[in-house]
Design a protein around this ligand. Structure first.
Ligand code: UDP
Length: 329
């Protein structure tokens, strides 16, 4: 009998790639998304797929699903700093109430649940690179805290359900990831720079551009998540690409790939923007036998070619194939 997995945030960047991965591995997939930041375009290729069902639903309300459920992957959350500023309360609710509802569902269904945590739980890190044992340096009241603290709470709640209710839980801490299906206007640096290059506009570099990030191509990350889902290890695992780069270098690299002269426009560094970030992935290598394979140049090329192909702001309406009634408590 096929294993059945619920993926929340299914119409988002990572959620939609996870739907593809689990379908390709022979799972039956139920996708859920309230489409605040997700986009049905990311799932339109699954229209008519008999193993896939989609529900337009907000997981911060009580979540019910009839039938058996083997796995839950909780990826519903705004994930871009400009989204946290626009929808701060929803961001807090997705990480806190959403996680609470899904842990309850996992307990009820005896399902294994994987939650998407983040490198943001390390805040503006004083340890570099960041190991899973580092507790972080996080501002509780700044503009980014709605994401960071919701994800920290999410981890605590998940461990409590593991210890107290014996729910099978998995926690991945995801570092900066990029690739096809990001929103061109989501404010994150790679789609923003690519959009600016394609429109022949100057690249907006925040601060002095010497802050660093380590960017992982989406296919590598999805493989890592798949391995964690099937693994027995229940403590947090960092997933990301440890190749660190400054934002200035990233801008230069993108312009080189496109063969254009770099034009830049300096902007103020946003409040709470971490100065450096790089995962220590020794644990993932040891436990999962996983490490990223796609080089940054190759990943950036694939991402640019995706953005060249998509028509701007294309909207489609996809009818869910089947519809279940959700019981509100
Ligand atoms: N950044 C930038 N210009 C932009 C968007 C982002 O210089 O137009 C910088 C931002 O200040 C941060 C880095 O790029 O230091 C990564 O930002 P992003 O929003 O992609 O992710 P996060 O800060 O969550 O790692």
């Amino acid at each position: 009998m096929k294993k059945r997995v619920l993926i929340t945030g299914a119409a988002g960047f990572l959620g939609s790639h996870l739907c593809d991965k689990f379908l390709a591995k022979g799972f039956e997939v139920v996708g859920m998304d309230n489409l605040i930041t997700g986009n049905l375009n990311n799932l339109k290729h699954l229209t008519g797929c008999s193993e896939f069902t989609f529900y337009d639903y907000d997981i911060t309300n009580f979540v019910h699903l009839s039938g058996k459920l083997d796995f839950i992957l909780h990826f519903a959350s705004p994930a871009s700093p400009i989204d946290y500023l626009k929808i701060p309360i929803q961001t807090l609710k997705a990480g806190s109430l959403g996680t609470y509802n899904l842990l309850g569902l996992a307990k009820e269904k005896n399902a294994k649940i994987l939650i998407a945590s983040t490198s943001e739980i390390y805040g503006n890190p004083l340890e570099h690179p960041q190991k899973e044992s580092y507790f972080g340096n996080v501002d509780t009241i700044g503009p980014r805290c709605v994401y960071d603290e919701a994800k920290r709470f999410m981890e605590s709640l998940t461990m409590a359900y593991h210890r107290f209710h014996k729910v099978e839980t998995r926690i991945v801490r995801i570092f900066n990831t990029y690739g096809p299906r990001m929103r061109l206007n989501d404010g994150r640096v790679i789609p923003t720079f690519i959009g600016q290059i394609l429109e022949n506009k100057p690249l907006t570099i925040f601060g002095d551009g010497n802050q660093t990030r380590s960017f992982c191509y989406v296919d590598d990350l999805i493989e890592g998540i798949y391995r964690v889902t099937l693994n027995d290890y229940h403590y947090p695992i960092n997933l990301g690409n440890p190749e660190e780069i400054t934002i200035n270098q990233l801008a230069k690299e993108l312009c080189e790939i496109e063969g254009i002269k770099m034009k830049i426009k300096k902007r103020k560094l946003p409040k709470g923007d971490p100065l450096k970030r790089k995962p220590d992935i020794a644990k993932a290598k040891k436990i999962l036998g996983w490490k990223p394979k796609v080089s940054r140049r190759e990943g950036l090329r694939k991402t640019i070619s995706y953005f060249k192909k998509i028509p701007n702001e294309m909207e489609i309406r996809m009818q869910p194939k089947t519809f279940e009634t959700f019981i509100q408590r």
